[in-house]
Design a protein around this ligand. Structure first.
Ligand code: ATP
Ligand code: MG
Length: 254
C-alpha cells in the first residue's frame, strides 16, 4: 500500500451483470459506475430483485461481472480478499464454538497464533458490548447478540471494507434501532468503508453518507442521494423526515 488515503476506496467501472434464468437472459446491472471514498458509508436500496445482493457479491469477489471492473484501492478485484469482510442477515456462527472462539476463528485459520487471535477477538467482542458472553454458545444468544458476534467476527480480521447485506433485517424493531446506533459508532471508530444493503430507508438515512437507489429496470440510471446531516442523526429531526420523504418518492411512495 502506498498512500494511506487510498485505504478502502472502491471504484465500479461500467459494471454489467446478466444472469440466465430459465434459458433467458436476465440483465440485472447495466453499465454501473461509482466511486466510493475510503471510509465512506454507502447504503444501497431498491426493490426486491433489483440486484443489491448481486452488486454486493461482485464487490466481495463472490461473483464476476460480465463487463467492467471493480477496483479496490486501485487494484482490480480477482476474487475474495482479506481487505473485505461480508456480514449477512444471519450471522452463521459455528454452533460448536463459543463466542470467543467464533470471533477468533477467522484469524486462527489464517495462521495467527491462538493467544494473539484471542486477544484481538476480545477487543472486538468488547466493541460490540459482549465481553460478559465470551464463553457463551451461539444457542444461548438472542438474535441481536448473535448478529453482534457476527459483526465482531468480521471486524477481527481488520478489513478495510465491510459489506453488509441486510444485516439487521431479521431483528425486531427495537433491537434494530439500537443496532443501527451501534453500527454507526463502530463505523466511526473503526474507520472502515461500509457498504450496506438495506430495505429500510430510515436505516439508510441514519447510517449513510450517500444512498444508491437501484431500480428493477437495469436500463434506468441509478440515483445517488447525498445525506448531508450531522451525526449521530436524529430520526425525528426535520431534515431527516424530509430525506425520508425524498427517498420514498424515489419509489413512488408517500
Ligand atoms: N445465480 C443466479 N442465477 C440466476 N439469477 C440470479 C442469480 N442470482 C440472482 N439472480 C437474479 O438476479 C436478480 C437480482 O437478484 P438479487 O439477489 O441481487 O436481488 P436483491 O436486490 O438482493 O433482492 P432482495 O431485496 O429480495 O434481496 C433477481 O431477479 C434474481 O432472480
Ligand atoms: Mg438481496
Amino acid at each position: 500500500m502506498t498512500a494511506t488515503a487510498l485505504r478502502g476506496e472502491v471504484a465500479l467501472r461500467h459494471i454489467s451483470k446478466t444472469f440466465t434464468l430459465n434459458g433467458q437472459p436476465l440483465p440485472v446491472l447495466r453499465n454501473l459506475s461509482l466511486d466510493i471514498r475510503g471510509g465512506e458509508s454507502l447504503a444501497i436500496v431498491g426493490p426486491s430483485g433489483c440486484g443489491k445482493t448481486t452488486l454486493l457479491r461482485l464487490l466481495a469477489g463472490l461473483e464476476r461481472a460480465d463487463g467492467g471492473q471493480v477496483l479496490i484501492d486501485g487494484r482490480p478485484v480477482q476474487g475474495v480478499g482479506t481487505e473485505r469482510a461480508v456480514i449477512y442477515q444471519e450471522p452463521r456462527l459455528l454452533p460448536w464454538l463459543t463466542v470467543l472462539e467464533n470471533v477468533a476463528f477467522g484469524l486462527e485459520v489464517r495462521g495467527v497464533p491462538r493467544s494473539l487471535a484471542r486477544d484481538r477477538a476480545r477487543r472486538y467482542i468488547r466493541l460490540v458490548g459482549l465481553s460478559d458472553f465470551e464463553g457463551a454458545w451461539p444457542r444461548q444468544l438472542s438474535g441481536g447478540m448473535a448478529q453482534r458476534v457476527g459483526i465482531a467476527r468480521a471486524l477481527t480480521v481488520q478489513p478495510e471494507i465491510l459489506l453488509l447485506d441486510e444485516p439487521l433485517g431479521a431483528l425486531d424493531a427495537m433491537t434494530k434501532l439500537t443496532m443501527q446506533e451501534e453500527l454507526e459508532r463502530i463505523w466511526r471508530e473503526e474507520n472502515v468503508t461500509m457498504i450496506l444493503v438495506t430495505h429500510d430507508l430510515e436505516e439508510a438515512i441514519f447510517l449513510a453518507d450517500r444512498v444508491l437507489v437501484l431500480s428493477r429496470d437495469p436500463g434506468t440510471v441509478p440515483r445517488l442521494i447525498e445525506v448531508d446531516m450531522p451525526r449521530p442523526r436524529d430520526r425525528s429531526e426535520a431534515g431527516f423526515v424530509e430525506m425520508r420523504r425524498l427517498l420514498m418518492a424515489e419509489f413512488g411512495l408517500h
